[in-house]
Ligand binder design. Structure first.
Ligand code: SF4
Length: 494
């Protein structure tokens, strides 16, 4: 077993992710001594901690492993930011290194990777190469543990699979991990004596949604769906990591989304939509408050406001927590559900992100976003009457925009300028734009791709000009090179 204790003992305060590598053990992990543990799992995020500290997949995986194997040693690794990477590489420290144990992947029994979005996948071969591990499962011998990749982008991860069925990961997991991850690690621990490939094949017998690299050519894998989520499936047992997010509890209230926007990978991949009963959510909220004592709870959901009991839920959660926060929500629900907008402001929400998506009726129809002009404008008018700080309308440019679409958008922005001048000049309005990445499993996978930067400039420039000449801020959510890389990774095939 190799550890990098000496390097971290001397250098941890100098690192950008210093707090993660502190030498005193983080007792909230509840780990036994590394050498004494019967099973050791490394949970990996493909992004730096500062970019994922608000998200939950690493915490979810921790809970699943801890519940399945209470005596396991569980560690976490995050993609090191550039400053730390440079220091690791100079000192010969692998980039894939546990933040708690300061050990490389060879010392673990399984590596569980959560891949949240397509572009992140580019970091996986880079991490393996700079950890001394061969890039393909078929080339990694028994020195290396099974590397299993799941997460919300797993169904779009074909770029890491070769045409012959080899893969950068040893296995891919598709679907919802509730209960399945527990079974997976239990089987891997139980069959520890078997060679790696046989152990994984054994796991595939018991786990729905597990695809094995270099497995039989007739492998049929069904996506795992947690059809009857209960309070036991919610995230309540996880370690506290050193970030301001430690004071905020995360609470999932539904799975997937009921809508079918043509561009939305999550909307198609995370089906069927099902919501947790209000009683189960409140039971988990009470448990979190008792165990972790946070002041704030953050509701996690694709669209929190589609939950059937959302108003009653907000009221009950506000009695338990000082602050209830939530991010994504549907504008049409906000427009039509009486009292919801006002209840959110009463719950101290001051910043509203509104997913409008298409810049015109025609492009919204193309994106299958059933949102009428009147709904958008009535929500904006009501928001501008409230004491709020900012509104962030979010749009997606498709590349298909024509002059008439851009004219319609200009007219809308001018009307909004007049409305703000009449009602609430102090509210900051930031127009944010993404570029449409055509994703697998969505209807738009058949659409043409726009991989010439010049074509995008023709739609980005007038949209930016419309916002800025009317006194609003304009943000482009992605750089061109990131967009192009994401699109090629998503639909470029093997
Ligand atoms: S964009 Fe939003 S509303 Fe549409 S399918 Fe995706 S999550 Fe649902």
């Amino acid at each position: 077993m190799t550890h990098y204790r000496e390097f971290f003992a001397q250098n941890w305060p100098l690192l950008q992710q210093a707090a993660l590598y502190r030498p005193d053990p983080n007792l909230t992990f509840g780990n036994p001594a590394f050498e004494a543990a019967g099973f050791r799992a490394l949970i990996v995020r493909l992004s730096p901690f500062r970019d994922v500290d608000r998200s939950t997949p690493h915490l979810f995986l921790f809970q699943a492993v801890r519940r399945a194997l209470p005596d396991a040693y569980i560690d976490m690794a995050f993609f090191p930011p550039q400053y730390d990477r440079e220091r690791f590489l100079v000192a010969g420290v692998p980039l894939l290194v546990g933040t708690q144990s300061w050990r490389g992947i060879e010392d673990f029994d399984v590596v569980l990777i959560s891949n949240a979005y397509t572009l992140e996948l580019i970091n996986l071969p880079y991490l393996l190469r700079n950890s001394g591990a061969p890039l393909l499962a078929g080339k990694r011998n028994s020195r290396y543990p099974p590397i299993i990749l799941g997460g919300s982008n797993a169904m779009a991860a074909q770029v890491i699979v070769t045409e012959s069925g080899d893969c950068v990961a040893d296995a891919l997991f598709f679907g919802e991990g509730e209960r399945e991850v527990e079974t997976l690690v239990r089987v891997l621990a139980e069959y520890a004596a078997l060679p790696k490939h046989e152990r994984l094949m054994q796991a595939a017998v018991s786990v729905t949604g597990l695809w094995i690299a270099n497995g039989p050519s007739d492998q049929h894998v069904k996506k795992a769906v947690c059809a009857d989520p209960s309070v036991a499936d919610l995230l309540t047992d996880y370690p506290l990591l050193d970030s301001s997010e430690a004071a905020t509890a995360k609470l999932q209230i539904n799975y997937g989304c009921p809508a079918f926007c043509t561009f939305c990978f999550g909307g198609y991949e995370r089906k069927p939509h099902h919501e947790l009963p209000m009683e189960a959510i409140l039971a988990a909220a009470r448990q979190l408050k008792q165990q972790q004592g946070p002041d704030e709870v953050d509701l996690y959901s694709f669209n929190f406001n589609t939950h059937a009991d959302i108003l009653a839920l907000l009221l009950a959660l506000n009695r338990l927590y000082d602050r209830v926060s939530f991010k994504s929500q549907r504008v049409d629900v906000l427009a039509t559900l009486p009292g919801l907008l006002e209840a959110e402001v009463a719950a101290d929400k001051r910043s509203f992100t509104l997913g409008v998506e298409g810049i015109s009726r025609r492009t919204r129809a193309f994106l299958h976003k059933s949102l009428a002009d009147a709904e958008i404008e009535s929500v904006l008018a009501r928001l501008l009457r409230q004491k709020i700080r900012e509104i962030k309308p979010f749009y997606i440019l498709t590349g298909h925009e024509m002059e008439a679409d851009l004219d319609e958008f200009c007219d809308f922005v001018s009307r909004l300028k007049a409305l703000r001048q009449r009602t609430n000049r102090g509210v900051r309005i930031i127009f944010s734009f993404g570029l449409l990445v055509r994703m697998p499993f969505t209807p738009l996978r058949h659409d043409r791709l726009f991989l010439d930067e010049a074509e995008w400039r023709q739609v980005i420039a007038p949209a930016k000009s419309a916002c800025e000449t009317n006194g609003f801020e304009f943000r482009l959510a992605v750089e061109w090179n990131e967009y192009a890389a994401s699109q090629v990774l998503a639909l470029g095939g093997h």
